[in-house]
Design a protein around this ligand. Structure first.
Ligand code: NAP
Length: 273
């Protein structure tokens, strides 16, 4: 029960990785504020927690809008008490080519993915600083680490990593830890549009993953809970990549290297022996 007595707020808690994080952290004793754009989604997660004997509140907010975020944060603290753990998880992915997507697509990605981290952190940090303790986990992506498409989304995700580092060094001395996770492909509703066009997408992507499967929301939730827990009490400003080995290297490159034939140098050395 690593989260007994703690108040945890998760944005995008009505679906996918956020929902799984809410359920797991509630099972470990936390009071959970489930925040989502759609009220019914937040309520579903909160009801699931309550049905298992946990404590949760459902809140609606658009995390890209400061007034909405400030209202939501005030309601969370009023109704639920102090929030010591924030998971900035809400996200969207739109647009795949800077020559074809429009300015509003760029703005939407930057607002929902990156500006939201600024807005929600700004709303909850003062209470953490006053308490002298708190922790924030940002959910970025492998797209923030390297070039794999979805340019606006990826640029915003890369920005989250730098923002995490700056927040960590600035607020570490005030007792607040800030870290970021970078998931690879995870089977969640964010993929629904792609799956509708290409039902086999996860099977196709699996060949890129050394561990032989794409991720499940629980894989990421486990990493988020670790970073948010006291198990990570001396970890801040760090990027934890949770991607089944995707960014460790390229397994398809190995297919083009004929190991059995050996490298010329190795063959010569054997002859010399
Ligand atoms: P998801 O199932 O679609 O969950 C995202 C949640 O965020 C949804 O409930 C969505 O609400 C909510 N949301 C979207 N815009 C919002 C806004 N403006 N204000 C408040 N809530 C908003 O997707 P997921 O895969 O779990 O994504 C969670 C995080 O993981 C995202 O930041 C995503 O970029 C990141 N990630 C996902 C993957 C992956 O392969 N799944 C990989 C790397 C990183 P609605 O559905 O009602 O719009």
């Amino acid at each position: 029960m690593r989260f007994e007595g703690r108040g945890v707020l998760v944005t995008g808690g009505g679906s996918g990785i956020g929902r799984s994080t809410c359920l797991r952290v509630a099972a470990e004793g936390a009071r959970v504020a489930v925040v989502d754009l759609r009220a019914e989604r937040a309520q579903e997660t909160a009801q699931e927690i309550a049905a298992s004997g946990g404590r949760a509140i459902a809140l609606t907010a658009d995390v890209s809008k400061s007034a909405s975020v400030d209202n939501m944060a005030a309601s969370a603290i009023d109704a639920f008490g102090p929030i010591d753990t924030l998971v900035n998880n809400a996200g969207i992915a739109a647009g795949d080519d800077i020559l074809t997507f429009d300015e509003s697509t760029w703005d939407l990605n930057l607002s929902v993915v990156l500006k939201s981290v600024f807005l929600v952190s700004r709303a909850l940090l003062p209470a953490m600083i006053e308490a002298g303790s708190g922790t924030i986990v940002n959910v970025s992506s492998v797209n923030g680490l390297t070039g794999i498409g979805e340019e606006a989304y990826s640029a915003a995700k890369a920005g989250m990593i730098n923002l995490t580092q700056n927040m960590a060094i600035k607020y570490g001395p005030r007792g607040v830890r800030v870290n970021v996770v970078c998931p690879g492909t995870v089977r969640t509703p964010i993929w629904d549009g792609v799956v509708a066009d290409k039902p086999q997408i996860f099977d196709e992507l699996t060949r890129w993953y050394p561990l032989g499967r794409v991720g499940e929301p629980e894989d990421i939730a486990a990493a988020i809970l670790f970073l948010a827990s006291s198990d990570a009490s001396w970890i801040t400003g760090q990027t934890l990549t949770v991607d089944g080995g995707l960014t460790a290297g390229n397994p398809r490159l190995l297919e083009d290297v004929d190991i059995d034939a050996g490298f010329p140098d190795a063959a010569n050395q054997k002859e010399g022996l």
